[in-house]
Write a protein that binds this ligand. Structure first.
Ligand SMILES: [Zn+2]
Length: 374
């Protein structure tokens, strides 16, 4: 357990701005590399770069030092899987499940690996095989069981709050010069303080100041914090100055309307500065296949969350509720948890912009979001 605490401490430090503006994680020189945790982080980073041989070496050191870390065991399994060493991968995933029986990811990896040969590369996406369908069904049963245990709905204990835009990317700018990035940061900081002071929910931020962070790094932060909910805060804009009010979005492959598609295009526009989203041709890894299953479940859950938040806005905020919509938002797409994107007002509408300038109004937004979470 001590290990878990140390990991949490490390993640907390990350949340406090150890991401430099390029979105790269800066390792503090506190001797992390000397212990299991440091090796695990190093292994994770190598894994992301697909340096599987090196990753295995480093992760083996990690699990030798701390055999009871399900996280490191899972990473080791993934590294072996990357090398096509099925037997070793399965052993590592089994260890991960033994330590943490709730590790459905490792369970699915084993199911996948013990029944189907792993090929390093596949030419194109194939429809689901009967086995994949079965894995999906199993996952659904598991999730239902988890939900039943928790009572109605989903129990949020850890939330990651993302202040949209930042640094060179101002987001939308109002007629009087108010910048979306400043409003979203203020709301995110206040919300973070509020949630952590209430104490029932642990809250983390993707950015804590006025700097740019790639969309992918925001999702990675949410995944690394193992959040139960990811909330990305934005302010809307429209060519029609009359457009006003709040709306809540969740991720879907196809947009729910052409308007929703435009909003997503606007929020995704910074993507051109982000290199990491580019797909490597001809490479689909096993994780990708499994992630597709999880993603579906997260998105369904996200839709429910979106409704809860929008209901709050409708009740608490003194402007129009424009309802719940869905579209393909890059910042939400890779989240391994339910995730939503809030558009709390239109900066392009002068009356909304005036409201958004007022601290009291921002507090109202913060309060509505906090209520929506709890
Ligand atoms: Zn935005």
């Amino acid at each position: 357990m001590e290990n878990t605490l140390r990991r949490r401490a490390f993640l907390k430090m990350m949340a406090k701005g150890l991401f430099v503006s390029s979105g790269l994680l800066v390792y503090p020189s506190l001797g992390w590399s000397e212990d299991a945790m440091g090796y695990a982080f190093e292994g994770q980073s190598l894994l992301h770069k697909k340096y599987y041989i090196k990753a295995v070496q480093v992760l083996k050191k990690s699990v030798n030092l701390d055999p009871e870390s399900d996280w490191a065991q899972g990473l080791l399994g993934r590294a072996y899987a990357g090398l096509g060493q099925k037997a070793e991968a399965v052993v590592a995933f089994r260890n991960a499940i033994r330590i943490n029986p709730g590790d459905t990811y490792s369970r699915m990896m084993i199911a996948e690996m013990t029944q189907k040969p792993i090929t390093g590369t596949q030419k194109e996406k194939k429809p689901l095989t009967p086995l994949e369908k079965k894995a999906l069904e199993e996952e659904e049963v598991m999730l239902n069981r988890l939900n039943a245990k928790k009572g109605l709905g989903y129990n949020v204990k850890r939330v990651v709050i993302d202040a949209g835009h930042g640094g060179f990317d101002p987001g939308a700018v109002g007629q009087s010069g108010l910048k979306e990035k400043d409003v979203t940061l203020d709301i995110a900081l206040k919300l973070n303080t509020k949630l952590n002071s209430i104490g029932k929910i642990k809250s983390f931020l993707t950015r804590t100041g006025d700097y740019y962070m790639p969309l992918s790094a925001r999702t990675v932060t949410a995944n690394q914090h193992q959040a139960d909910l990811f909330i990305s805060i934005h302010i809307n804009a429209n060519n029609k100055r009359s457009a006003n009010g709040s709306e809540t979005y969740f991720c879907s492959k196809k947009a729910s309307s052409s308007e929703a598609e435009k909003v997503a295009a606007l929020e995704n526009s910074v993507l051109k500065f982000d290199e990491t989203h580019k797909k490597k041709p001809g490479y689909i890894n096993i994780e990708e296949i499994l992630f597709r299953f999880e993603q579906k479940l997260y998105w369904t859950e996200s839709g429910k969350f979106a409704k809860t938040f929008q209901d709050r806005f409708k009740k608490n905020l003194p402007f129009r509720s424009r309802g719940v919509h869905s579209a393909n938002f890059y910042v939400l797409r890779r989240a391994k948890m339910p995730s939503i994107l809030l558009e709390t007002g239109f900066i392009s509408n002068s009356s909304n912009e005036e409201m958004l300038k007022k601290p009291a109004f921002r507090d109202k937004i913060v309060d509505s979001i906090a209520r929506g979470i709890s």
